[in-house]
Ligand binder design. Structure first.
Ligand code: F6P
Length: 359
């Protein structure tokens, strides 16, 4: 293996720079290879010349591991198979992207992406015969084939900190605080943060909620003598028989968000409580990665480069039972990986008497 390419794709998250660092360190020091970083994900591969920067050990001045964001840049509207044409339509620019990759003269491409971008990168690699290894990242933690994605732990820690800050003010004012967190298709952030942050109600996309059940839970909290309550709501939570709350975009992209306001208004009406809503938004994606995200990113980077060096491509690295492993893309199964309602976290939430909004 002489030369590797690496790119980040899809929404950013904490820990991406730690993964890039690990890829470069392992490739250079472990395999004597060069690494070229592709800028702005698939979009950088459409430009001519292709947007790249060389990545060598001199770039690691000591702070990269700690930094949020991605030093390579990324796009989450860059599907080359359906790329916005600027006139309201889409066009297939996959051939240009493949030509861009071929021009880099790399032996393998490492793509750090979420569920959506991983699918796109796999399709590109299949179509162009590009040796490809995937590293899963996304705060949503919904990529199949791994128990944990880069960025998730930092997002949960951020949401828990928000709950730690909301609880005292809720108690002081005798309020119900609703915290809306991200999670486009899956409620992993909401569930984990809600358990760790002492929520009374956690609403996730996997369990459509019933406002009556939520109100009953809040009444029982009041009955126990507590003057306030915490509700965590995933952005894609929806009422039983109802739809997800979305915000329109002039470009046609569907944005989630607003579910917290809807839930807050429903709770206020059903209970008469004084309700306030906080939307955490992109705060969950930025900031310094936690130690767990740095460890995960480092382990994934090393494992991915070793796979590429061994010519075991067409695979994604993952985390299972305290170790890295890898899976062939065709064995990954469909995404997104949603919350297992019989799994440990759902059982823990129920065991603690937290309402998931269904009963
Ligand atoms: O997929 C990660 C994610 O953070 C989702 O949780 C959220 O819905 C989406 O990205 C937001 O994307 P954008 O950065 O385009 O607002």
């Amino acid at each position: 293996m002489k030369r590797l390419g690496v790119l980040t794709s899809g929404g950013d998250c904490a820990g991406l720079n730690a993964a890039i660092r690990a890829v470069v360190k392992r490739a250079v020091t472990g395999h004597g290879a060069e690494v070229v970083g592709i800028l702005q994900g698939t979009k950088g591969l459409m430009e001519r010349p292709v947007r790249t920067r060389p990545l060598d050990l001199s770039i690691f001045t000591g702070d990269i591991l700690r930094q949020g964001g991605t030093m390579l840049g990324t796009v989450n509207t860059g599907d080359p198979f359906a790329f916005p044409d600027g006139r309201g339509g889409v066009t297939d620019r996959s051939a240009e992207v493949l030509e861009g990759i071929r021009g880099l003269d790399i032996d393998a491409l490492i793509g750090i992406g979420g569920d959506g971008s991983m699918r796109i990168l796999r399709r590109l690699a299949d179509q162009g015969g590009i040796p490809f290894v995937g590293i899963p990242k996304t705060i949503d933690n919904d990529v199949p084939g791994t128990e944990m994605c880069i960025g998730y732990h930092t997002a949960v820690a951020t949401a828990v900190e928000a709950l730690d800050r909301l609880q005292p003010t809720a108690a002081s004012h005798q309020r119900v605080m609703v915290l809306e967190v991200m999670g486009r298709d899956a409620g992993h952030i909401a569930l984990a943060a809600g358990i760790a942050g002492g929520a009374d109600v956690i609403l996730i996309p996997e369990v459509p909620y019933d406002t009556g059940a939520v109100a009953a839970k809040l009444a029982s909290v009041a009955g126990e003598g507590r003057n306030h309550a915490l509700v965590v709501c995933a952005e894609a939570a929806r009422p039983r028989g109802g739809a997800v709350t979305t915000r329109p975009d002039p470009g046609g992209t569907v944005h989630y968000g607003g579910a917290g306001q809807v839930v807050g208004a429903e709770i206020a009406e059903a209970t008469g409580a004084d309700v306030r809503v906080t939307v955490l938004g992109h705060v969950q994606r930025g900031g310094m990665p936690t130690s767990i995200d740095r460890l995960l990113a480092s382990a994934f980077g090393v494992h991915a480069v070793d796979l590429a060096a061994a010519k075991r491509t067409g695979r994604m690295v993952g985390w299972r039972g305290g170790d890295t492993f890898d899976t062939a893309f065709e064995d990954l199964g469909p995404g997104p990986r949603c919350v297992d309602l019989e799994g440990s976290q759902a059982r823990t939430a129920r065991g603690l008497g937290i309402s998931l909004g269904d009963r």
